[in-house]
Design a protein around this ligand. Structure first.
Ligand code: FE2
Length: 302
């Protein structure tokens, strides 16, 4: 039996071990059952290393996903990576939610916590959706959003595999009606992905405001000041028709989310398993360059 407790005031759960048992000895069926119910399981007391994280995650995963922005740990094919680079704050987002390749599960494992700050933050998208006002809900139910960005050649090679050719990429993208793209002269890809900001959760088909709008929104003033050139802009999100998401809407989302923030204060050996169709995550800034949080992104075994 798993020892499960409430995780603060969040909807996530803590699975704890007082006896330093290996995480690999837990019943996969039980873990999966709880994961499907609660969407975020945080394991403490199991002293998990990143190698064990890989082994544990393999029990639940059919395939791993590479995030091109992340530094790889170990060999190229390990798919274990350091989390987002730098030490700045990372605003709420879902992993790879700006493309049709959103992984099902996000895994983080703590090697070394920051001496101070650097907490991972999380938000239950079901709760965020419930708390948004009716006009904002209607806006996002009636209008899709569009993420636009450039996919540099090194990044798409890393994402799809070193041997992938332009023809292979075309074959993949041409089948996805939500994707609009073209190759540029340097073989980078101009990429647009249109999707709803409100998704249905993988396990119980509920509405969740689980997306990457907050992290990619550009303040309206900034947007207008700049001579907007997609090639100099990493990524922006707009409505499907090209109009901007009003700042007032973004502010409402932020206010709702502020009240629902879950906090992971890391200790070495902690691991968290996050349903990426339901929860958003982010990070507080920190100043300790010894901080090591490993990540792993995967699709659920069917
Ligand atoms: Fe992330």
């Amino acid at each position: 039996m798993l020892t499960i407790e409430q995780f603060g005031s969040s909807t996530g759960k803590i699975v704890s071990s007082k006896t330093s048992q290996s995480i690999l000895s837990l019943s996969s069926d039980e873990v999966l059952e709880q994961f499907k119910l609660f969407g975020l399981l945080f394991f403490r007391g199991f002293g998990v290393t990143y190698e064990e994280m890989r082994e544990f995650s393999e029990k639940f995963s059919s395939k791993f996903v590479r995030d091109p922005a992340r530094q790889i740990v170990g060999s190229f094919d390990d798919f274990i990576q350091m989390v987002d680079n730098g030490m700045d704050e990372v605003l709420p987002h879902c992993e790879n939610a700006v493309s049709p390749f959103r992984p099902d599960i996000v895994w983080f494992c703590c090697g070394v916590p920051a001496a101070q700050d650097g907490e991972t933050l999380f938000w239950d998208g079901i709760k965020v959706w419930e708390k948004l006002s009716e006009p904002v809900k209607e806006l996002f139910l009636s209008k899709k959003v569009k993420f636009r960005f450039i996919f540099p050649v090194d990044n798409w090679k890393l994402f799809f595999g070193r041997e992938t050719t332009i023809a292979d990429v075309k074959q993949i993208f041409d089948k996805i009606k939500e994707v609009n793209y073209h190759f540029q002269e340097d073989d980078s890809i101009y990429f647009e992905y249109t999707c709803s900001a409100v998704v249905k959760t993988k396990f119980d088909n509920q509405y969740a405001f689980a997306n990457s709008i907050i992290i990619w929104h550009k303040e309206q003033d900034d947007f207008e000041k700049e001579a907007f050139d997609i090639q100099e802009t990493d990524l922006v999100v707009v409505f499907e028709d090209g109009s901007l998401i009003p700042n007032a809407v973004i502010n409402e989302i932020k206010e709702v989310m502020d009240k629902l923030t879950g906090v992971i204060s890391w200790q070495t050996g902690d691991i968290v398993m996050i349903d990426n169709s339901r929860f958003l995550h982010g990070r507080r800034a920190f100043q300790d360059n010894r901080r090591q949080i490993f990540s792993h992104l995967s699709y659920l075994k069917s």
